[in-house]
Design a binder for this molecule. Structure first.
Ligand code: 9WN
Length: 429
């Protein structure tokens, strides 16, 4: 991209991030998502580290200030001062919970994929001097380590991988990976379902009302059990995306521990990452589909659907079983994914549920393309890097959309979406 054009795009992306900055954190999008979301803040910090490292550090520290006593980092930290509407709101979860520090903002009881330690490490490396002056690693490492302890002690399922208790926890809410498990959840919630989201995105681009009734039902069950992970709620899914980000983040914790001169802790994090990778390889690999799949921890059955979630283990290429990385690259480049159209779809074009407009069932998402870009870049696959970058080159003209049609490039979902702007900055700068 020409230098002047690159600067224009960077300015436009920065304006999106400035408009969504509250002084302590970035909202994913004004209007649709007016609070702080867990993995959104990690993606946003990754982009902001280049232009505003102080803000990137504050973003992550604000999120970690809402960490529960049990170590979980919540999916949503509510900002009750903002006028925009989102449901379910803080009243659904019942105010500050879980022994969160006094005065802290109310949160959801759910979690999201553990990208945070990796993001914190990237933020540190972008400005090591500023990070040291702020005591960033010394302050965040213990909290991130406790977050991973929570996942290890409270969320590890029968195959040694973290279990998600709700589709919202996967970050890929209506992916076909969750269809069969959700089918068993009665679409009946006590709380009336409100859909303020539909004022900001087309109904054909968002989950349907039956999905929402099930989402509420599951969230009620978890909330009513006091968010106690020992109580089964009717959904316990193992996702290759969640597990991969945990392993990558464990490796980041190892680097932080080494930097903080704690070699014993570094060894423990590296060993924890190796255990996750071994379990991914043993339990989630699907030889026919040529990628990793999800697993239902309640039944022990694998969910044999091809989604972008199952390509993300490519981030761990040099640690996977022999031959797996090559197969993943072939699947990524093949007709179900990049080879079959313009951009990387969230669900394979060959899956019966593929829908180019519908949220996690087909549209191309910028965070997924960014994760795969990191993976193929590390492997020196410049051809695939070039293909994945095309989506980012189109982000600014499309108004930094939440997701796009993978075939036509038509923007979908909300616009001026923070992680789209942040990751565009990361890719183009
Ligand atoms: C529920 C904020 C979040 C993202 C998720 C994305 C979407 C929320 C929703 O928006 O989920 O968490 O209301 O649909 O699926 O990945 O973190 O951007």
């Amino acid at each position: 991209m020409h230098k002047d054009l690159r600067e224009d795009v960077a300015d436009a992306a920065s304006r999106v991030l400035d408009a969504s900055w509250t002084g302590s954190h970035t909202v994913p999008a004004t209007g649709l998502y007016p609070h702080q979301w867990s993995w959104d803040s990690a993606f946003v910090a990754i982009g902001n580290r280049h232009r505003a490292p102080h803000r990137a550090r504050t973003e992550l520290r604000t999120l970690l200030d809402a960490q529960w006593a049990d170590g979980r980092v919540p999916q949503i930290v509510y900002d009750t001062a903002r006028g925009d509407d989102y449901a379910p709101g803080p009243e659904f979860w019942g105010g500050p919970r879980g022994g969160a520090p006094a005065g802290s903002r109310p949160t959801s009881g759910l979690v999201q994929p553990p990208l945070h330690a990796w993001a914190a490490w990237l933020v540190h490396c972008a400005d090591p001097a500023g990070s040291v002056r702020a005591g960033f690693l010394a302050r965040t490492y213990p909290r991130l380590a406790r977050w991973h302890e929570y996942l290890r002690n409270r969320r590890t399922g029968s195959v040694g991988l973290p279990v998600t208790k709700h589709p919202w926890e996967t970050g890929t809410d209506n992916s076909p990976l969750w269809d069969a498990a959700l089918e068993r959840v009665p679409p009946l919630a006590r709380t009336p379902v409100r859909r303020p989201d539909l004022a900001h995105a087309g109904a054909g681009e968002r989950p349907g009302s039956r999905d929402y009734r099930r989402y509420y039902r599951l969230a009620e069950a978890y909330r009513d059990a006091g968010c106690d992970d020992d109580v089964p709620v009717g959904f316990a899914m193992v996702c290759p995306l969640f597990g991969t980000l945990l392993a990558v983040s464990e490796l980041a914790l190892a680097r932080m521990a080494t930097t903080l001169s704690d070699d014993g802790a570094a060894t423990a994090h590296t060993a924890a990452a190796a255990r996750v990778v071994a379990a991914l390889d043993e339990h989630l690999w699907d030889e026919d589909l040529g990628l990793y799949v999800a697993l239902d921890d309640t039944t022990g059955e694998r969910v044999r659907r091809a989604t972008v979630n199952g390509l993300v283990p490519l981030l761990l290429a040099d640690r996977l079983a022999p031959g797996r990385a090559e197969r993943l690259l072939a699947t990524l480049a093949g007709p179900g994914f990049l080879g079959g159209g313009r951009y990387l779809p969230s669900t394979s074009r060959h899956d019966p549920a593929f829908d180019p407009a519908l949220y996690w069932r087909g549209p191309a998402w910028f965070n997924m393309s960014w994760l795969l870009l990191r993976a193929v870049g590390a492997l020196g696959r410049d051809d695939l890097v070039a293909r994945l970058r095309e989506q980012f080159a189109a982000a600014a003209p499309g108004g930094f959309p939440e997701y796009v049609d993978p075939d036509t490039g038509t923007p979908r979902g909300t616009r001026q979406f923070s992680w789209t702007a942040a990751l565009t900055l990361d890719v183009l700068l």
